[in-house]
Structures are given as C-alpha cells and as structure tokens.
Design a protein around this ligand. Structure first.
Ligand SMILES: Cc1cc2nc3c(=O)[nH]c(=O)nc-3n(C[C@H](O)[C@H](O)[C@H](O)COP(=O)(O)OP(=O)(O)OC[C@H]3O[C@@H](n4cnc5c(N)ncnc54)[C@H](O)[C@@H]3O)c2cc1C
Length: 454
C-alpha cells in the first residue's frame, strides 16, 4: 500500500513530488543508476524553515527520512524506499568573503558551483574531482581530492556549520560551540543532523598546472612502485594520485590513444611556474602522453565530468592503505588487465602531507595514518554490464584485502552496514555517544549508520 504523505505539500514552500506524479521518475533518479529507490515523496526545500518543516512532518508521521545533497552517494544513501527525501538542491546559495578568505555555502551546493564562486576571487576550497558531487555528502564524509596533500581534506577547511537537529531545533557549531557535534560532523557523515550551511576556509589558488601523464599499462608495476617511493619525498604543494585510466574515446585525446588502458599519474600544482617536484614527476619514464597544462582551478576540478555523467551503473569499494607492498602492486596489475569496461577504474589518492598532520582523534576521520585512499570502481552505462562490473570490483578489492587497513572511506562505499564500524575506526565509540546525544532515536539512519550508544 502506498505510504500517505497527505498534508506534506502544505507545510513546505518548495515543490513536493509524490509517487505517481508525472515528474516522479526524474525526481527520484540518483547519480548511480544501479540504485532504484522509490520514496513516498521528495520535498524540495527552499530554506532552513522548509527543512525543519519537512523533518518534523516525517518524524510525526513515522516516515524514514533521507537527506539528498548532490545525490552522488554510491549506495544511494540520499534516498529511501517508501520514505521522505529531504532534497537540498534548491538551497544553493554561496557567499564568498574574499578579505576573510571564507565561503558560506548552503547545504545543497554542488562542488562545481563552489569552485566557480570562489574562483571569482582567486580562491578555492579543496574538494573532490567531479564537479557534480554535492558539497554536503562529500564534506561530511571527509573530502579527498587534487589538493589533499597541500590543503588537507575538505573537513580540515570546515570552520563552522548550521545544523537542523533531529528534534527540529537549529544549532550553530564550530570548534567552540557544540564542539562534540562539530567534531562528529567532520567525517561522521549525515548521522547527526541536516547541515543547511557550511563555512569553509578558502585558499589562494586561481590557476593550476595540472593534468594526466599517461603511461603504458605494461609499465603499471614500475609506475606504481615509482609512485609509492616518489610521493612521500615531495613537498605538500604537489598534488598527485595514481589511476587505472582507459583513455576516453574523444577529444582532447589523440585518436591513436582512444580506449587504450594506461597507468596514469594525475598531477596538480598551484600557479603556472613549474616546480621542481612537478618537473621530476613529468620526467619519469617514457609517457604515452603528457597532458599537463595551465588552467583555472574549476576547469581542472571538473575535467572528468563528461566521462562520469549521471546515470551510469556504479559499484565501488574503498579502502585505506598504509603501505603499498610489491605483493599489492602485483594484485593491481592483475586486475588492471581484466578491467571490464572503459569507465571502470582504480584510484589511489595520496593523503599524506597536510591531510596527515591532523590527529586521528581531532576529527571523526580516523585514518590520518593512512597514506592512500584507494577506490576500485566498476562503471558502465549499460545495465546489462552491472553484474560484470560488480564482480570485478568485488574480486579486485577482495584480493587486496591482506594489504589494506581494516576500515574504508565511507564516501567510497555502497550501502554496507557490516563495514560501518571499520569506516569510523577507533572513533566509532565516541561517535556513537555523540549520536546518542544529538539523535537518540536514530532519525538520521539512511547513511553509513552509527547506532546511538545505549
Ligand atoms: C563520480 C563521483 C566522484 C566522486 N569523487 C570524490 C572525490 O574526489 N573525493 C571524495 O572524497 N569523494 C568523492 N566521491 C564520493 C562522494 O563524496 C560521496 O558519494 C558523497 O556521499 C556524495 O555526496 P552527495 O551530497 O552528492 O550525495 P547524496 O547522495 O546526496 O548524500 C550522501 C550522504 O550524505 C548525506 N548528506 C548530503 N548532504 C547533506 C547535508 N547537507 N546534511 C546532512 N547530510 C547530508 C546524505 O544523507 C547521505 O547519507 C565521488 C562520488 C562520485 C559518484
């Protein structure tokens, strides 16, 4: 029987899309087309009062509540079957205060809009590598990207937040106000409330020298060993990660490389004058292509958007790596060979440098001792390939299990309740106590869910 949402449309100002409405299918769609959830209603909140009203309605009517920022979550945790989706996409205002180097960002903003707005002032916030990702989910999970070594994780640049709590009250939090909540928000996901505004520290960075350096896949073992040994020696200012990348079949790539598998090094350096570290990275080996060029930060930070557009099938798994052994590299090489589709990939993000100089207990993100955040992603537009990409991803990440830390990055996960404790590592118990304080009834449970401590 359909769940009733009678009266919801009269308590929120924004549009409410109910099951059966003409735009229901479009409205319920998530970035990952492998997830097919059918909520009872989607409430497009216009402001904080709408968020409070929708939340109160959902709680009073016993509905399961999901909060949707950018809708990118791999496991589809921005939606819920038969429940209420509180959608924040209309709450997309950004204010940048250039003198204070601060950006105030509403909870539904996408990375590309934040990057563009801060770029107008020669500033940036370190975020992820795809522009259509939501600031909300990315930040609450941690936020890894091109600038992690130099500027830290996204959460390391979070200065304050405005949060609607489970009881409908609104609080301001920062290192002094509600400090436990502020600690938990920085890595604990959407467990603690609905963030209607994030305040970020911005960094001066307008142009980057950045791009991919593509090596022959036959050289993957050597490239990985070089990458492992090279990165820890480099100054923080060099952004660098490794990727199993199949060359997209179109411009700007030369035709002879189209659909060729490569061992890619992705490099980022602020400013246009080439640093010694960047020069050295580019001079390694005999690349098939060196795509390093000067470009505005938002251009580089959205460069992969055309490849990873909404509506593909995704299955992925994330892990943290402290040491990249030769045995692990052998596993990578083996699974590089069997990559099932051209969009399927493996990324190994460097999270040493600034990201590693924060204590494991200073924020809820308890893997500062890891040197790499690894993600294996099976991706393809065709649902007929869903099983193949899922099996490859599972087999690949299972084979790497002996070489990774016990937990994984919550933002690079499917809906994996069995792995949640590991995702938060040694911080789990404190998170569970903070959950009991701020959301004792587990109203916010459509996420990598932390059960409130008894
Ligand atoms: C193509 C792609 C590229 C990615 N690249 C990166 C990357 O470079 N670096 C990285 O770290 N991660 C990356 N991710 C992972 C991404 O950070 C997570 O998928 C994240 O959950 C997406 O956030 P969202 O707001 O878009 O998702 P949603 O599905 O809308 O939400 C995800 C979770 O966050 C909660 N949430 C969202 N907004 C709020 C809010 N304002 N208040 C409270 N809870 C909220 C939701 O309830 C849900 O549990 C990528 C994902 C994809 C699909």
């Amino acid at each position: 029987m359909a769940v009733s949402v009678e009266g919801l449309a009269s308590v929120v100002k924004g549009r409410v899309v109910e099951a059966g409405a003409p735009d229901y299918d479009e409205s319920r769609a998530l970035f990952n087309a492998m997830i097919d959830k059918r909520p009872a209603a989607i409430a497009y909140c216009m402001d904080e009062a709408d968020v409070v009203a929708a939340l109160r309605y959902g709680v009073e009517h016993g509905l399961r509540i999901a909060v949707r920022g950018g809708g990118h979550n791999g496991g589809g945790l921005g939606s819920v079957d038969d429940g209420l989706v509180i959608d924040l996409s209309q709450m997309n205002r950004i204010e940048v205060e250039p003198a204070a180097k601060v950006a105030r960002v509403q909870g539904g903003v996408l990375l590309k809009d934040l990057l563009e707005a801060s770029h107008q002032h020669g500033l940036t916030v370190p975020v992820g590598i795809i522009g259509t990702t939501g600031v909300g989910g990315l930040t609450l999970g941690g936020g890894v990207g091109h600038f992690s070594r130099g500027m830290g994780l996204t959460i390391d640049n979070l200065l304050a937040a405005t949060v609607v709590l489970a009881d409908g009250s609104v609080v301001q939090t920062d290192s002094e106000r509600e400090p436990d909540l502020f600690w938990a928000l920085r890595g604990g996901g959407g467990n603690f409330g609905i963030v209607t505004q994030f305040t970020f520290r911005c960094h001066p960075a307008s142009t980057v020298l950045a791009g991919p350096v593509l090596h022959d896949i036959e050289d993957a073992a050597d490239v990985l060993r070089w990458y492992r040994d090279f990165v820890p020696q480099q100054p923080d200012e060099l952004g660098i990660w490794y990727g199993l990348v199949t060359v997209p079949p179109g411009p700007p790539f030369p035709e002879e490389l189209h659909l060729r598998k490569t061992a890619a090094i992705l490099l980022t350096q602020a400013g246009e004058e080439e640093s010694e570290a960047l020069r050295e990275a580019r001079s390694y080996g005999a690349p098939l292509m060196d795509g390093i060029a000067p470009m505005p930060v938002p251009v580089w930070s959205t460069a992969f958007d055309p490849v990873y557009s909404p509506g593909d099938q995704w299955y992925w798994r994330g892990d943290f790596v402290e040491e990249l052994s030769d045995d692990a590299i052998d596993v990578h090489v083996r699974f590089h060979e069997s990559v099932p589709t051209w969009k399927s990939t493996m990324h190994l993000y460097s999270i040493d440098g600034a990201a590693s100089r924060v204590g494991n207990d200073e924020t809820a993100w308890g893997y500062r001792h890891a040197k790499w955040a690894q993600v294996v992603a099976g991706v393809d537009p065709d649902p007929a390939n869903a099983a193949a990409i899922t099996e490859w991803c599972k087999a690949y990440s299972d084979a790497l299990k002996p070489y990774v830390l016990a937990g994984g990055y919550s933002n690079f996960a499917m809906d994996e309740p069995d792995r949640v404790r590991g995702m938060y590592g040694a911080n789990y118990d404190r998170l569970a106590r903070t959950k009991a304080q701020y959301d004792p009834d587990n109203v916010f449970r459509v996420n990598q869910n932390i059960a409130p401590a008894a």
